[in-house]
Design a protein around this ligand. Structure first.
Ligand code: PMP
Length: 454
């Protein structure tokens, strides 16, 4: 009688995708098979994944942005192992232990002085939920504004602020009091804020769906309007935090001082679920205003000690390996190498990014309009799949379409990618887009299958 034999379990496991299809999600298994992403995954390190045939793949998806310090980062792992061996007290619940306070302090040391308190969660959407609840209670207002195309998570509160119908349809009624304004439009925002009944404005500094950058002056203007009308300014850094955009937090690009900042994803080093809501002291004190209200919001697992160690080790790693600077440098290089594609390839409409959050957008080419229209008619945005699929199957590069029905391909690799990785991606991308632009019959056949997937 001993511990679970993990190695043996994995060795004798049989087909992963079949088991997923039986026990987790058969439709997801169908998707993977249709687009040819049905590999058996064995191992990962840094910005690479290996399949069962020993083939190496470059990961430009980074677990949707949770592997900023690289997959299986050995130093984060060592810290976790050490913490396990120390047999730390864990969650006493009616007690305060060392690690949550240390991580809270480390987070606040890296953010503007306006942020003074941390509420831990176990995911991004939970950190957003906390912002919604605390924002309402702190202001005594109920309305919540968010931006068109915004994404903030999939639990009901966050979903109510979500602008993407493909996520919201079928799950209504959503929470009352939620409305959206166009991203980048200060006038529309002011029209709403003027009523002085909006608790918070929730916005991603760079929108994840589509990788939309804010117009110059927009976020600074938002902050000024929020202050003027007594609305809390909530900057969702769940995807953009921890070096993704070339600064520790994206709000630094515009010198912002938000009242509420949900974070998650890469804070965990990719190992342990962890999220947090960073907030001003005013917000916190308005909600947790008496001993009776000391437990007004929280969750059993939230300041889990392994999560706290993963967070501390991740912040340490970002600093030690200078990964934030690396993200800025390699992001600039990726933009510089891909910008010329707008002129070189008719089908490329735009290339944009900030740090290592990058996207290429496709649009109808002057020649070959018929095939483009045919493909768009099957499913808007399908052209981007015609690039994502061969990038994976022929070049072993894992990327994604930036959102439902969007002809945008997005990359958010671990920040440990190398110059060579970036160069290899750009070469593979140019060749793949050039070929997809010609719409060869093999691709059209694939498009037909993919479009029929529903
Ligand atoms: N906010 C943003 C900006 C996100 O990108 C995401 C996840 N993609 C979330 C919130 C939700 O985070 P989680 O998936 O951890 O719930």
């Amino acid at each position: 009688m001993g511990a679970l034999d993990v190695r043996g379990l994995l060795r004798d496991r049989g087909d992963d995708l079949d088991r997923w299809a039986r026990t987790i999600n058969p439709q997801f298994a169908r998707v993977l098979r249709t687009i040819g992403f049905d590999r058996t995954w064995e191992r990962a390190e840094g910005a690479y994944l290996w399949d069962a045939d020993g083939k190496r793949y470059l990961d430009l998806l980074g677990g949707f942005g949770m592997y900023n310090v690289g997959r299986n980062n050995p130093r984060v792992r060592a810290a976790l192992v050490e913490a396990l061996e120390l047999e730390t007290p864990g969650s006493v619940q009616m007690g305060a232990t060392a690690l949550p306070g240390l991580l809270a302090e480390a987070l606040l040391a890296r953010t503007p002085p306006r942020l003074e308190r941390v509420l831990f969660t176990s995911s991004g959407t939970e950190a957003v939920e906390a912002a919604l609840k605390l924002g309402r209670a702190a202001t005594g207002r109920s309305r919540v504004l968010s931006a068109d195309h915004g994404f903030h998570g999939l639990t009901l509160g966050s979903l109510s602020a979500n602008a993407n119908v493909e996520f919201t349809a079928r799950f209504g009624p959503l929470l009352p009091g939620f409305e959206r304004v166009p991203f980048g439009d200060l006038e529309a925002l002011e029209t709403q804020l003027r009523r002085e009944d909006v608790a918070l404005f929730l916005v991603e500094p760079v929108q994840g769906k589509g990788v939309n950058l804010p117009p110059p002056g927009y976020l600074e203007g938002v902050q000024a309007l929020c202050r003027r009308y007594g609305t809390l300014f909530c900057v969702d850094e769940v995807q953009t935090g921890f070096g993704r955009t070339g600064t520790m937090f994206a709000f630094e690009h515009w010198g912002l001082e938000p009242d509420l900042v949900p974070v998650a994803k890469s804070l965990s080093g990719g190992y342990v679920p962890v999220g947090a809501l960073l907030m001003s002291r005013a917000v916190h004190e308005a909600v947790f205003d008496s001993m009776e209200n000391a437990f007004s919001h929280g969750s059993t697992f939230a300041p889990n000690e392994l999560a706290m160690v993963a967070g501390l080790a991740t912040l340490h790693e970002l600093d030690e390996q200078r990964l934030v600077e690396r993200s800025a440098r390699l992001g600039a290089k990726l933009l510089e190498l891909t910008r010329p594609l707008v002129d070189e390839l008719e089908v490329v409409r735009d290339v944009r990014g900030l740090g290592l959050l990058w996207a290429i957008e496709f649009g109808e080419p002057r020649s070959g309009r018929l095939s483009w229209r045919m493909i768009e008619k099957m499913q808007p945005g399908l052209f981007a799949q015609l690039v994502v699929v061969p990038l994976f199957s022929e070049h072993r590069i894992l990327s994604q379409v930036a959102g439902h029905r969007m002809a945008v391909l997005k990359a958010l690799p671990p920040l440990v990618v190398t110059d060579e990785d970036v160069e290899r991606f750009v070469e593979a991308l140019s060749a793949t887009v050039a070929r997809a632009q010609r719409m060869p019959s093999s691709l059209t056949r694939f498009a037909l299958t993919a479009a029929g997937m529903r």
